[in-house]
Design a protein around this ligand. Structure first.
Ligand code: URP
Ligand code: ZN
Ligand code: ZN
Length: 465
């Protein structure tokens, strides 16, 4: 058999085991895994020496927002910079959220997102679909699932953006998706009490006194916990499949674990920032840069979320990449309610989880692969095409050095952002070589891919829970 590329002598890491083997690529697929491939099949093949390296499936970041119109501006990483960043971070598939604006239909939202990505994306991508008006949009859900989008999102906040769903919409969406083989993702924060707390503190004296720390004061832990609890209740009574996005609190992980033990079909992700940042970031001069919804919490939450990853109740890590540069963040002018919410993250996802998880012995290297590659592919309907190194799967492959660290510096990264939440941090786990569907997109830590290589990946119906 003629091979295009052989990755020689690396330690192949799956969610379950680590083995030493060569890996052969032909076209877009993995076609051989075994020993001595270079001796048997090297004729004409490019050989990548992976001795002393981990060879893992390309990362799957199931939560990104690229070029998102939000908070009165548009997030600055688009399908060009965002997917270049993904490649350099070892992520070969991103799932973005297509959001209908105004009276747009779900199909129009998908078309708009295709237009953003077509010809620009350097790694593969898929979309979740946001439900912003259930009564109007529900009739189109089946068609969207048939077109390869089985996951939908409802926001329990963001009335100002016109995105918010009420309990009835969540309840009925869970019922509908249960029957059609879909899954409902929720952004769980309790809007009524949140709005009350915001109103209570939204005055000159408070803003002068607390500055951006009001973001934390107005979002106590129960704001997330109560909303997760309520969403879980609707999942329990409907039997629908629920995925709680960006869980930031220990309470959230506790609630999800308890519900899973009761047999509720609920899964939860966290994001890299909730594992390594805490709300002391808001005390600094640039504290407003770190504002996201939900905001980063406390060290005890980090500890609980790491434990949740190891224990399994938190099934995956994503980034919620939604990048705003300094100029955009400066729109706040001292009023925390006006900060564009979100941070860059795609290029640092794997390095953060590897360095702070594996090297700090919170996760095994197999759990790292499970949380960043295999499980997100499985729960989102991409597996076994993505998220695994096996014959027949897409040749989405990331090669990392087990200990070599690089210093984070936004100036040397692919992001359009002019700051990084991790500036100056020393991280291992950056991709030395990345392949996306057989094409090398990173070589010796340098981006060598091209716009338009990334393709939309239709996803499978998830079946009845
Ligand atoms: O602050 C965030 N997370 N911005 C993106 C929108 C969302 O809520 O996921
Ligand atoms: Zn959200
Ligand atoms: Zn998000």
């Amino acid at each position: 058999m003629q091979l295009d590329t052989i990755i020689r002598g690396g330690r192949l890491v799956s969610a379950g085991e680590t083995t030493r083997a060569d890996l052969g690529i032909r076209g877009e697929r993995i076609v051989a895994i075994g020993s001595q491939l270079t001796r048997k099949l090297a004729d004409g093949a490019k050989v990548i020496d992976a001795r002393g390296r981990y060879v893992i499936p390309g990362g799957v970041d199931a939560h990104v927002h690229l070029a998102l119109p939000f908070c009165g501006t548009v997030s600055t990483d688009d399908y060009d910079s965002g997917t270049r960043a993904a490649a350099c971070g070892g992520v070969t598939t991103v799932i973005d959220f297509a959001i209908p604006y105004g009276k747009e239909t779900l199909q129009q939202a998908v078309d708009n997102w295709h237009a953003r990505a077509d010809g620009k994306a350097c790694v593969d991508y898929s979309f979740h679909l946001a439900i912003t008006d259930w009564q109007r949009q529900k009739r189109d859900v089946r068609r969207m699932i048939d077109r390869g989008i089985p996951t939908f999102k409802q926001f329990m906040i963001y009335a100002r953006e016109g995105w918010q769903s009420d309990d009835a919409a969540i309840y009925e969406a869970l019922e509908t998706l249960r029957d059609l083989g879909g899954m409902l993702c929720v952004h769980a924060e309790s809007s009524r009490v949140l709005d009350l707390l915001i109103d209570r503190h939204h005055n000159r004296a408070e803003m002068k006194k607390h500055g951006v720390y009001l973001h934390t004061i107005t979002r106590p832990h129960f704001i997330e916990a109560e909303a997760i609890e309520r969403a879980i209740r609707w999942a329990k009574v409907t039997g629908g499949r629920l995925f709680v996005v960006h869980v930031s609190t220990g309470e959230g992980a506790d609630l999800v674990k308890r519900a899973q033990e009761e047999g509720v079909h609920v899964l939860a992700e966290t994001c890299a920032q909730y594992l390594v940042l805490d709300d002391s970031v808001f005390a600094g001069k640039d504290g407003h840069l770190y504002a996201t919804c939900p905001q980063v919490k406390r060290p005890r939450d980090q500890k609980r979320l790491w434990a949740g990853l190891a224990g399994g109740e938190v099934c995956s890590v994503s980034t919620d990449t939604c990048t705003f540069n300094r100029k955009q963040k400066a729109m706040w002018k001292g009023d925390w309610t006006k900060i564009p919410m979100g941070m860059p993250g795609l290029e640092t996802l794997l390095p953060i989880v590897y360095t702070h998880g594996v090297l700090k012995r919170r996760l095994t290297v197999n759990q790292f692969v499970d949380k960043c590659c295999t499980t997100p592919a499985k729960v989102m309907g991409l597996h076994p095409r993505k998220g695994v190194l096996q014959i027949g799967s897409d040749a989405d492959i990331t090669i990392i050095h087990p200990t070599r660290k690089r210093k984070v510096d936004w100036r040397k990264m692919q992001t359009n952002c002019d700051w990084s939440p991790y500036q100056g941090w020393e991280l291992a786990g950056f991709s030395e070589h990345t392949f996306c569907r057989g094409q090398q997109v990173v070589k010796d830590y340098r981006f060598v891919g091209r716009n338009g290589h990334g393709r939309f990946v239709p996803r499978a119906n998830l079946g009845r829970p």
